[in-house]
Design a protein around this ligand. Structure first.
Ligand SMILES: NC(=O)c1ccc[n+]([C@@H]2O[C@H](COP(=O)([O-])OP(=O)(O)OC[C@H]3O[C@@H](n4cnc5c(N)ncnc54)[C@H](O)[C@@H]3O)[C@@H](O)[C@H]2O)c1
Length: 246
């Protein structure tokens, strides 16, 4: 049912984790994929593995986002699917977060979606529609400890998904949000908090499906949302977390 032949996709944060797994799956299902990331080495490697094209890009910068979209248009003639997935976390409270860390988290996790979507929506509209998928988080639905900027940013992603779905539905552009449970960011979070990764992983597996998520779990949901199997799904916030937020 999920056939992406003829679809032209952009995936951000495609050098690692969820973005990488999604770029690979979309390509496997037939899409032409542009992979965008700030990490050139891993991004080029991912592009080689998936048969996609890599563009180095800091998603918080307008000029970089313009380069990504220009590349997609030059190579593939347009964009049907945009996966706004690049994201970062800083584990701190309002008392100890640095101003520049707050701004960075908001720029990478939220501003980037405004920038790239703003560039892609007119192309999709002119072409009869498209699918945008934003990566939120379980912590965009409920709160979490010592991650105040991240929770603020993902709450924003969740509600801007709804706003975008309302604004661009009349152009047949569907906008949805996947909210992953824990997958690969845990080691980095344990490092930031000075805690043992093993305890972190054990904690994260304590959910009804009894395991930590894999990037491919999220990729499968994105592939569905990108596809014509999801033609009436828009404005949806989909937890992909083994019932962690349930
Ligand atoms: N993994 C989890 O447990 C989890 C849970 C909930 C939500 N998420 C969200 O899923 C998304 C992907 O997370 P992941 O686990 O795959 O993380 P990851 O760290 O493995 O991958 C993130 C990718 O984004 C890239 N990136 C970071 N800043 C960038 C920038 N300014 N410009 C371009 N690229 C940039 C990194 O280089 C990296 O390749 C993020 O938005 C994250 O917040 C992850």
């Amino acid at each position: 049912m999920i056939d992406l032949h003829g679809k032209r996709a952009i995936v951000t944060g495609a050098a690692s984790g969820i973005g990488r797994a999604t770029a690979a799956l979309l390509a496997e299902l037939g899409a032409a994929v542009v992979l965008a990331d700030r990490d050139t080495d891993r991004g080029e490697q991912a592009a080689k593995e998936t048969g996609g094209a890599f563009v180095r890009c800091d998603v918080s910068q307008r000029a970089d986002c313009e380069r990504v979209v220009r590349t997609a248009v030059d190579l593939h003639g347009g964009v049907d699917v945009l996966f706004n997935n690049a994201g970062i976390i800083r584990r701190s409270t309002v008392c100890d977060i640095r101003d520049d860390d707050w701004d960075l988290v908001m720029a990478v996790n939220v501003r980037s979606i405004m920038l790239l979507s703003g560039l892609v929506v007119p192309l999709m509209a002119a072409n009869g529609g498209g699918s945008i998928v934003n990566t939120g988080s379980g912590w965009g639905i409920r709160g979490g400890g010592r991650a105040v900027s991240y929770c603020a940013s993902k709450g924003a992603v969740v509600n801007m998904t709804r706003a975008m779905a309302i604004d661009h539905g009349p152009d047949n552009i569907r906008v949805n949000c996947v909210c992953p449970g824990d997958t690969g960011m845990l080691a980095e979070e344990a490092r930031q908090l000075g805690e043992s990764p093993d305890a972190f992983y054990a904690d994260a597996a304590d959910r009804p499906l009894g395991r930590i998520g894999q990037p491919r779990d999220i990729a499968q949901t994105v592939a569905f949302l990108a596809s014509d199997a999801a033609t009436f799904v828009s404005g949806a916030i989909i937890a992909v977390d083994g019932a962690g937020t349930a």
